[in-house]
Design a protein around this ligand. Structure first.
Ligand SMILES: *[C@@H]1O[C@H](CO)[C@@H](O)[C@H](O)[C@H]1NC(C)=O
Ligand SMILES: *[C@@H]1O[C@H](CO)[C@@H](O)[C@H](O)[C@H]1NC(C)=O
Length: 307
């Protein structure tokens, strides 16, 4: 009798818990990272999203323990703070970028040439530059019609951490617009001899209050429709069935990654866990080990059972 009960509990344990254990130890592509919703062409790891994005985008644990989507380039690693899939644009906050409350010397900011990303429309305010940059640079890079942004941001007391006096003369500040990256793909602060930069996304309702501006660097990316293999339609179908779009190296053919460890070439409909017993599904190795272990337990208990 005890053995029978034990057998039943084992049975229940294996059927109910094993699939979850296998899933928990094997996170495939995820559709969120931190607070961001991650969709094609972004991905959370190798095999997820677009193979064009994957070398530069990852979902990693941040210092506060949460997950963070990151852009990696030859100049650094930048947390992605928002993505607009409709506008094909995203923003990053470089850790050493300045804003009104915190200013510090910044290294160059750059993109890799091979990446599918371009600079978006944020305004770069270059701080603590030689005065010759605003007066004599040729070609001129500072937009005089935006110099009021310099006047505003130079009211921030944080300027002293750049070695500037309070309310410094604005001829050491330059609104670089339209901003361009140099031939190495970088905002070359070193060549311009500026100490720091603040990139402003929007002034919002407070054009003269730099404490309320929205800081960040905007990037654009080329749309999914420029991908080969008709990703747009395939990915839409996969996405609407609850899957995550990915690819299978080395050919990088399209894969729809379903939540339960199954991958398909179409969509996740019919690939729920019960699908393991239907033909055409492809259980993972872990799932098969689970089934084998269960059969083993079943066999040993049956043999040991009094008849
Ligand atoms: C499913 O696809 C993901 C991402 O492409 C990959 O990491 C995983 O190994 C694949 N799983 C199977 C069972 O092929
Ligand atoms: C200003 O920059 C600091 C340091 O990078 C950051 O911790 C803070 O959140 C930023 N503040 C705003 C309003 O962006």
């Amino acid at each position: 009798m005890e053995q029978l009960l034990c057998f039943i509990f084992f049975h229940i344990f294996i059927i109910v818990l094993a699939p979850q254990l296998a899933l928990a130890s094997d996170p495939a592509c995820r559709d969120t990272c931190g607070s961001l919703s991650v969709k094609f062409p972004f991905g959370t790891g190798v095999g997820c999203g677009s193979p064009r994005f994957q070398p530069y985008i990852s979902c990693s644990q941040s210092s506060d323990g949460g997950d963070q989507l990151l852009l990696r380039t030859h100049t650094g690693v930048y947390p992605i703070t928002s993505i607009s899939y409709e506008a094909a644009a995203f923003t990053v906050t470089p850790p050493l970028m300045s804003n009104c409350t915190s200013m510090q010397p910044s290294p160059n900011l750059g993109l890799d040439w091979a990446s599918p990303f371009q600079l978006g429309p944020s305004a770069f305010i270059l701080l603590s530059c030689p005065p010759s940059l605003t007066s004599k640079a040729s070609p001129p890079i500072c937009d005089p019609s935006l110099s009021h942004l310099c006047a505003s941001i130079y009211t921030c007391p944080a300027v002293v951490s750049l070695g500037l006096p309070l309310f410094p003369p604005t001829n050491s500040c330059c609104v670089y617009s339209p901003a361009n990256f140099n031939t190495k793909g970088e905002l070359d602060l070193h060549a311009l001899k500026c100490a720091a930069y603040a990139s402003v996304m929007t002034l919002g309702d407070y054009p003269t209050d730099p404490t309320r501006w929205e800081y960040g660097v905007a990037f654009k990316y080329t749309q999914g429709k420029f991908d080969n293999y008709g990703m747009d339609t395939k990915c839409y179908t996969c996405d609407s069935s609850g899957g995550v779009c990915g690819y299978a190296p080395p050919s990088n053919s399209f894969v729809c990654v379903c939540g339960n460890g199954f991958n398909t070439s179409s969509n996740c409909n019919g690939y729920s866990f019960s699908g393991i017993w239907s033909s055409g599904s492809r259980p993972t190795r872990k799932a098969w080990w689970g089934v084998l272990a269960w059969l083993g337990v079943l066999a040993s208990l049956t043999i040991g059972m009094p008849t």
